[in-house]
Design a protein. Structure first.
Length: 408
């Protein structure tokens, strides 16, 4: 690796020296892989897995480094090994297709007798990623302020960085507009509606709401996103009040509050504050519509305090709620309740596949922007990892409507 890459990716540039743990990881992985319909091929030709010649292939290029990373950090090491190039896919194998059989077996892939040792490999969420007002800004900057130009290379022209809602054979942009319209319809946003959006993104929802005649206020803590969103408001000829503030700092009263895939960055500790803020700002008779990435409740309970690859490298401070957890927070801390929800998990898998295709097709341009090969492998793994999760239902995404039951 170059000196720059070593400085940028210190955990990837240096292979852990944990021979005993590496041997244990190898001993555990072999019987695990042998229950999964894939092919794992070592550099020396050794082959593991329950798959046949037509099954997805995983090629371990540097076995010693691969098992060292797995041994040093079981949950994070697999993704780090891909970032480092210790393993890759076989010829003709798509990364998401390879990860899918693992995602399908995520809850059972580790033999039951070994699951009791999970406590020894699970790392707790680090305090420096806590989503306080200052911490949230740092966490958001780490991802969303990477570069507007980067996101332009793989998102559709509407610049939506959340699940689309497809119907038939249509473009990603058309499916994203359908998603936005569904959120606005659920919140009953129309002419004269005072609408608050928590999490501006690059402004697409705010533009659509303003075009309906709503009085739109949108907030963000991403300076990069705010700068581009303002440009897009001007280009669209809409009047939108964009505020660079944390959701906890908002004042006023709104007929509708909407938020698309922002709760994942709130953190369990602050879910009550998040929903109390919405409750405080919502006018009598108002409506709430959010889009949230979710997981089943038992998985949420098992992973809520775990620190994984996605939090270390992609979304610091991130945590997915369950629908039950949202219901519980609303009941315990607000006057709000869920009135309707729709699942779009399979649509997210399709969205992510298109993003990854766009990312790979645009890699030369992204690379020229200063992003290196380790970054490419990291984002390829992130997009494929998430696609496999949504495609198998291990994680889901829901559009959720809320209101005050007494006012319905």
């Amino acid at each position: 690796m170059t000196d720059f890459a070593t400085a940028r990716w210190p955990g990837i540039a240096h292979t852990p020296r944990t021979p005993a743990k590496a041997r244990i990881a190898k001993a555990i992985l072999k019987p695990t892989i042998n229950r999964v319909p894939v092919r794992l091929t070592m550099a020396n030709g050794t082959r593991w897995g329950a798959g046949d010649d037509s099954s997805p292939e995983m090629r371990v290029v540097r076995p010693r480094a691969f098992f060292a990373r797995l041994g040093a950090d079981t949950k994070i090491g697999f993704g780090e090994a891909y970032m480092a190039g210790d393993w890759t896919t076989g010829e003709g194998t798509d990364l998401a297709d390879l990860l899918t059989p693992f995602a399908e077996r995520m809850a059972t892939i580790v033999p039951v007798p070994l699951q009791k040792f999970r406590v020894f490999v699970d790392k707790k969420l680090p305090r420096h990623q806590r989503n306080s007002v200052d911490g949230s800004r740092k966490n958001i900057e780490a991802h969303y302020d990477l570069s507007n130009e980067l996101f332009m290379q793989f998102l559709d022209p509407s610049m939506n960085y959340s699940s689309a809602w497809f119907e038939g054979d249509e473009t990603l942009e058309q499916a994203q507009i359908r998603k936005i319209d569904a959120i606005l319809n659920d919140a009953e946003v129309g002419q004269g509606t005072r609408m608050l959006e928590i999490g501006s993104g690059w402004g697409s929802l705010a533009i659509r709401a303003a075009q309906r005649g709503a009085e739109v206020t949108t907030i963000t803590i991403s300076k990069e996103q705010a700068a581009l969103a303002k440009e897009r408001f001007a280009e669209a000829g809409v009047d939108v009040d964009l505020q660079l503030v944390d959701y906890r700092e908002v004042t006023g009263e709104y007929d509708a509050v909407v938020s698309v895939e922002m709760i994942e960055a709130v953190g369990e500790e602050f879910w009550p504050t998040y929903f109390q803020t919405i409750d405080r700002l919502l006018a009598p008779g108002g409506r709430v519509a959010i889009q949230a990435i979710t997981m089943e409740h038992h998985r949420y309970l098992a992973t809520r305090n775990s620190y994984g690859w996605i939090q270390k490298y992609i979304f610091p401070g991130g945590l997915l709620p369950s629908l039950d957890a949202i219901d519980d927070v609303l009941a315990d801390h607000t006057t709000l309740a869920v009135t309707n929800q729709r699942a779009l998990g399979s649509h997210y898998a399709r969205t992510l596949r298109q993003w990854r295709d766009n990312f790979n097709a645009s890699w030369a341009t992204i690379n020229a922007q200063g992003f290196d090969e380790t970054f490419r492998r990291m984002w390829e793994f992130y997009l494929a990892y998430c696609e496999a999760g949504f495609g198998t239902g291990y994680i889901n995404v829901h559009q959720i409507s809320m209101s005050r039951p007494s006012e319905v």
